[in-house]
Design a protein around this ligand. Structure first.
Ligand code: PEP
Ligand code: MN
Length: 333
């Protein structure tokens, strides 16, 4: 249930109403916008007499929210959420360029790629240390060492780091990671969502390859219900009957999610297509569609990459793409 307060209600009267609702056993999410305050009621709202609340002098309107996702519901929070990572802002008109290799391989590699993508305008560095691989015989990532190498690249460039956690077990290793990624394969690992939520760091949540948008939002809800509001959603392609691309990029997800939720929505054209030459057009399309950012795989030697070389851009290709992305952003402003 949503309770919209009238403009200019005093803080005392607002707090009295909140205390009364909390006494009924509800959790209240308060969203203070420039023009209105919205109270989002979470819990068993059948205990609330809607007509009584609507009749209160300070209340403008009362609405029932039928969707099962509450904390991430745009109705609870009309303004876009801006996730801050150091000095980088994501969402609410702030576009984030995230780039880096699929996997961290060596110090030289990650530092070289970090410097290159920074020079092209990237604001965050990605790199997998724990890799979810289909085959147990493939490179599984450098794990804790990979995170340490990311920190070296961060120290050299100033770029905050984004890296994937696969198991709640490993979370202590992520305490100094700027953005924790939960990948497609773990989107519905509910224990991991809950535990990662408790860390209080921004979470990049990728859509599962066979998951609906409602399921993605319910997974965001797990993180947010653990007390962490800073969630960034990522469309990375879903599995359909595409035969020439790794997945099918569902770009309409950007528009639909922007309507349903206040959380930033970014796009990963690398895993969506799986083919480097298809990454630039899909990245530009995502920027044009209003995405809040792009996460793109870049490798200084794709031919010898230990993971996802075929979809990785070379630094010079990323540089050319970054210029075009800025032009598209300018054009749609
Ligand atoms: C990744 O970003 O490295 C990754 C494994 O992505 P996804 O979870 O989208 O497959
Ligand atoms: Mn990858």
């Amino acid at each position: 249930m949503i309770v919209v307060l009238k403009h200019g209600v005093s803080p005392e009267k607002r707090d009295q109403l909140i205390a009364w609702l909390e006494n009924l056993g509800l959790r209240i999410h308060v969203s203070d916008g420039d023009y209105q305050t919205v109270l989002g009621l979470i819990g068993d709202v059948s205990v609330v007499d809607m007509d009584l609340v609507a009749s209160l002098e300070i209340v403008d309107t009362v609405k029932l929210v039928s969707e099962p996702f509450k904390c991430c519901n745009r109705q609870f929070h009309p303004d876009d959420l801006i996730v801050e990572v150091g000095s980088v802002r994501i969402g609410g008109g702030n576009f984030a360029m995230i780039a880096g290799p699929c996997s961290v391989e060596t110090e030289e590699q990650i530092v070289a790629v970090a410097k290159a993508v920074k020079a092209s305008g990237a604001q965050l560095l990605r790199g997998g240390a724990f890799k979810p691989r289909t085959s147990p015989y493939d490179f599984q990532g450098l794990k804790g060492t990979g995170i340490e190498l990311l920190k070296i690249a961060r120290a050299e460039t100033g770029l905050p780091i984004v890296t994937e956690v696969m198991s709640a077990h490993d979370l202590p290793l992520f305490e100094d990671v700027d953005v924790i990624q939960i990948g497609a394969r773990n989107m519905q690992n509910f224990d991991l969502l809950r535990e990662a939520g408790k860390l209080g760091r921004p979470i990049l949540l990728k859509r599962g390859m066979a998951n609906t948008l409602k399921e993605l939002l319910m997974s965001a809800e797990y993180i947010m219900a653990s007390g962490n509001e800073r969630v960034i959603l990522c469309e990375r392609g879903i599995r359909t009957f595409s035969d020439y691309t790794r997945n099918t990029l569902d770009l309409s997800a950007v528009s639909v999610l922007h309507e349903l939720t206040h959380l930033p929505v970014i796009v990963d054209p690398s895993h969506a297509t799986g083919v480097a030459r298809y990454v630039p057009p899909m990245a530009l399309a995502a920027a044009a569609a209003g995405a809040d950012g792009l996460i793109i795989e870049v490798h200084n030697d794709p031919m010898h990459a230990l993971c996802d070389g075929a979809q990785s851009l070379r630094p010079e290709e990323y540089d050319a793409l970054a210029k075009k992305i800025r032009a598209v952003r300018e054009a749609i402003r």
